[in-house]
Design a protein around this ligand. Structure first.
Ligand code: FE2
Ligand code: FE2
Length: 270
């Protein structure tokens, strides 16, 4: 089982500032082609939010045919730039987005690794939140299947990154999340987006990591003062590969660049 993760495509209206500056639609098309061309083809794809730049219907309508071209089942969650109602309306062919009491939270039970989607969106805010209702839902879902290896996916990462500007748009409810995850050792990984960089941290007895954006990255810039720099360094996706009960879940970074595929032949021994 290979779980591909792409994040933060930030699809914007044609001609908008984001569209022109970062060419986000062009970059998502490349990411889709990249996932479809991987061998073996990923079992399932996760798109972890900031699906659009402004949460507008027009942007979701632009996004829909691009994601429809993914050749594997695909699951979406919203980020802080998204709008739940507009997402649901345009992606009505994704019935799991009906969610739980307004939140876009759900589980996917079809493969050896159970997938649990969490919704960290607070409308109109950059920061994310896991409120008691969302966390009670998570705890109940994790109680259902204590023996099944589980991957939780959400938009905001549950840790500070050292990128001061992005940490100012972090997640509230982390301590309560940690208390739940600690009680459920079947959680193999928590994967997120939002910070537009690959970052890894130990978290509550499991491993948490973030995924690069399919388009613009947040510069690796670690000064103590708050500033945001965006860079067009090569985009990438994550491949979470389940190697079985013995070997567990490993996470690879896969660059979305047009590399020529070649085999490196070791030099003959002297
Ligand atoms: Fe983003
Ligand atoms: Fe975000």
């Amino acid at each position: 089982m290979v779980v591909a993760q792409i994040s933060d495509p930030h699809i914007a209206a044609p001609g908008s500032k984001m569209d022109q500056a970062c060419r986000t639609s062009h970059h998502l098309e490349r990411a889709v082609q990249h996932l479809n061309a991987l061998e073996p083809r990923p079992t399932v794809a996760l798109v972890t939010g900031d699906l659009t730049d402004r949460g507008e219907i027009e942007e979701y309508e632009r996004l829909r045919p691009m994601l429809d071209r993914l050749a594997m089942p695909t699951y979406l969650i919203p980020g802080n730039h998204d709008d739940r109602d507009n997402l649901r309306q345009v992606f009505e062919h994704h019935p799991y987005l009906a969610g739980d009491g307004g939140f876009l939270q759900y589980t996917v039970e079809d493969w050896p690794v159970r997938l649990v989607a969490l919704d960290t969106l607070v409308p109109g805010r950059g920061r994310g939140l896991l409120c008691p209702r969302r966390l009670a839902w998570l705890d109940a879902r994790l109680h259902e299947a204590p023996e099944r290896p589980t991957l939780i996916f959400m938009h905001h990462p549950p840790f500070a990154t050292g990128l001061v500007y992005m940490d100012g748009m972090g997640l509230d409810g982390i301590d309560a999340l940690a208390a739940i995850v600690r009680r459920h050792p079947q959680v193999e990984r928590i994967v997120a987006g939002h910070v537009h960089r690959p970052i890894v941290r130990r978290f509550a007895g499991t491993v948490a990591c973030t995924c690069p954006s399919t388009a613009h990255q947040v510069a690796l810039d670690l000064p103590p003062e708050t500033r945001l720099a965006v860079t067009m360094e090569p985009p990438a996706c994550l491949l979470h590969v389940w190697l079985g009960d013995e070997q567990g879940l490993v996470t690879h970074v896969s660059q979305i660049e047009a590399h020529p595929v070649h085999t490196v032949v070791p030099p003959a021994r002297a």
